[in-house]
Design a protein around this ligand. Sequence first.
Ligand code: NAD
Length: 294
Amino acid sequence: MTTTTMTSIPPLNLAPMLVIGAGIMGAGIAQVAAQAGHPVLLHDAREGAAIEAKAKLAKSLDTLVAKGKLTAEAVAQTLARITPVSAIEEAAPVRLVVEAIVEKLDVKRALFKQLEGIVATDCVLATNTSSISVTAIANGLAHPERLVGMHFFNPVPLMKLVEVVSGLQTAPAVAEAIFELSKVWGKTPVHAKSTPGFIVNRIARPYYAETLALLLEQAATPAVLDACLRAAGFRMGPCELMDLIGHDTNFSVTQSVYEANFYDKRFVPSLVQREMVDGGLFGRKTGRGFYAYP
Ligand code: NAD
């Protein structure tokens, strides 16, 4: 193992890297990194998920080739840079880990603790958490200064914003390296502090809450609400957006922001969404949310 002072980390020295979680976000992060020329290992706890994610990506990139937006060669190069791995132990030499697993503090903490026993001490650890305190995730790590939030938005290849979230112990050099790397990946990073929901999710919570309140009151259907907001200039309506995000993730984010704000009533999670989560109606990823996705 090497030791480090984390005073300066050139962003391009963060390759090779490991993305953990091959779901909606992890697959997108792997794509963006690979398209920028970086080799990526992709791991998921569910057997076969990383291979499936790569196959799905291949299919979607092929449609872009058919439309003349990408060359077959560029697609082949991108795909060649993504290597699914079934065990994270295979990632010992990586310089950066980006975690995009389930939005649960205890699961994320356990994963990073496990990673500290695998990667070198100068490997940067980034979490794509939407709402959980970066300071809290780092609690218990031997090197909490190398943990930072790297919060992408969905869909990752299209959305430019990355919130680079510093916890109380995050080394400024680590945040800066992730900020610079985000730019190399074609993103628009902003520095944020580890406050509940950071910036965008904090602002967005009341938007989802009011939508869900209207649905609880049966004031309008999801289709009507979405049509209204689209007509008002939003690119997507709130119901279709929640279906895209995943109700399991969106509900976890609201719960975490609610708890982190000492159960402030402004952030109370919705019964409508809990019922959908309990029923496995997570949105696009399970084929049904407010809408059906055949
Ligand atoms: P997802 O459900 O699509 O994917 C999560 C993946 O992580 C699954 O494939 C699951 O098998 C895997 N996983 C779960 N526990 C694991 C573990 N211990 N080790 C390895 N793999 C594990 O979820 P997602 O929407 O991609 O969200 C992932 C993270 O990104 C969450 O923290 C979420 O808050 C955050 N995020 C989500 C969005 C969004 O719009 N969905 C946006 C920004 C950030």
